[in-house]
Design a protein around this ligand. Structure first.
Ligand SMILES: NC(=O)c1ccc[n+]([C@@H]2O[C@H](COP(=O)([O-])OP(=O)(O)OC[C@H]3O[C@@H](n4cnc5c(N)ncnc54)[C@H](OP(=O)(O)O)[C@@H]3O)[C@@H](O)[C@H]2O)c1
Length: 277
């Protein structure tokens, strides 16, 4: 296995303005000489990425658009063609984590929004870009999924549904494109990024609990990079993700109940709206 297969490739990565996406973009540029096109919405955050890249900044460019809108992907595919840009790798990483809550407390509009960002963004990007990617001698699609796709917990109905859909889509693509395009799925567990902004993290106990179970962003980025290097079909990272992978397969019903018992017993305000009547 050539673990440097991605050296000097052109990579598109969504959510490159922060968290794991930014970390992976930096590694691809600095350690593999890749040219990265990052996609996100905040120009301010993107400018910071460019600044931090310093002398490597010429390897990074960005496009600002909402990944949840199909039209934006069609325009982006046209932009690539018009500018004679030939991407080899697509990493679907942008995503949001809705606040832990009961299904009934989410509005249908909010559920649609979460599905659009976490799932349909990948549908649109792959649909629009696959023909272009397949022109590469070593095309690849990597979808950053979640441990939430491996097992569903109370309070995560919408997030888990979006990530389970992404996992199923990726698994089908992996077989349909076998031998033509590497398709990788990464399921990280809790990772220290800004994704918890929607949670009630003002609660100090909840913050402590999240910190305890979370993997550092750098460490997670390294594990994701290894998955890509070795073209692994599935990466499950973080001890919480390993737990969920195990319980999700061995005892999918009782496992869910066990996690609910632990979450309830924690008495964290974070889970109040999930369990309090
Ligand atoms: N952190 C965790 O504990 C964890 C665990 C498992 C899986 N994951 C998954 O890992 C991926 C990355 O998460 P992270 O923790 O790095 O999140 P993060 O720090 O919140 O970063 C999310 C990135 O996605 C971009 N983004 C969000 N919505 C977007 C939209 N509609 N259009 C374009 N860009 C958008 C954000 O940029 P802008 O704000 O500039 O648009 C940002 O660059 C997500 O798919 C997440 O579900 C995270």
């Amino acid at each position: 296995m050539d673990t440097n297969w991605m050296n000097n490739k052109t990579v598109i990565i969504t959510g490159a303005s922060g968290g794991m996406g930014k970390g992976v973009a930096e590694k691809l540029i600095k350690e593999h000489g890749c040219t990265v096109i990052g996609i996100a919405r905040s120009e301010e955050k993107m400018k910071k990425v460019v600044e931090e890249l310093g002398s490597y900044a010429d390897k990074f460019s960005y496009q600002l658009f909402d990944v949840a809108v199909e039209e934006n992907w069609i325009d982006f595919a046209n932009y690539l063609k018009e500018n004679d840009i030939h991407p080899d790798v697509l990493i679907n990483n942008a995503g949001i984590l809705p606040k832990f809550d009961r299904f009934q407390n989410y509005t249908v509009d909010y559920i649609k929004k979460a599905m659009d960002i976490n799932f349909y963004s990948a549908v649109y990007s792959i649909h629009a870009l696959l023909p272009i990617l397949l022109e590469s001698p070593s095309p690849a699609i990597i979808n950053i999924d979640s441990s939430a796709a491996l097992m569903t917990l109370a309070g995560t109905s919408v997030y888990s549904a979006s990530k389970a859909a992404l996992k199923s889509l990726s698994e089908a693509l992996r077989e349909e494109l076998r031998g033509k395009c590497y398709v990788g799925i990464v399921c990280p567990g809790f990772t220290k990024t800004d994704i918890f902004r929607n949670q009630d993290s003002a609660d100090a106990k909840a913050q402590k609990m999240l910190n305890m179970v979370s993997t550092s962003c750098d460490r997670m980025v390294n594990m994701i990079m290894n998955d890509i290097k070795f073209k692994r079909p599935l990466g499950v990272h973080g001890f919480d993700a390993a737990f969920m992978n195990y319980f999700g397969r061995i005892m999918p019903v009782q496992g869910g109940r066990l996690f609910s018992t632990v979450m309830k017993a924690s008495k964290l305000p974070l889970f109040d709206s999930v369990f309090k009547d």
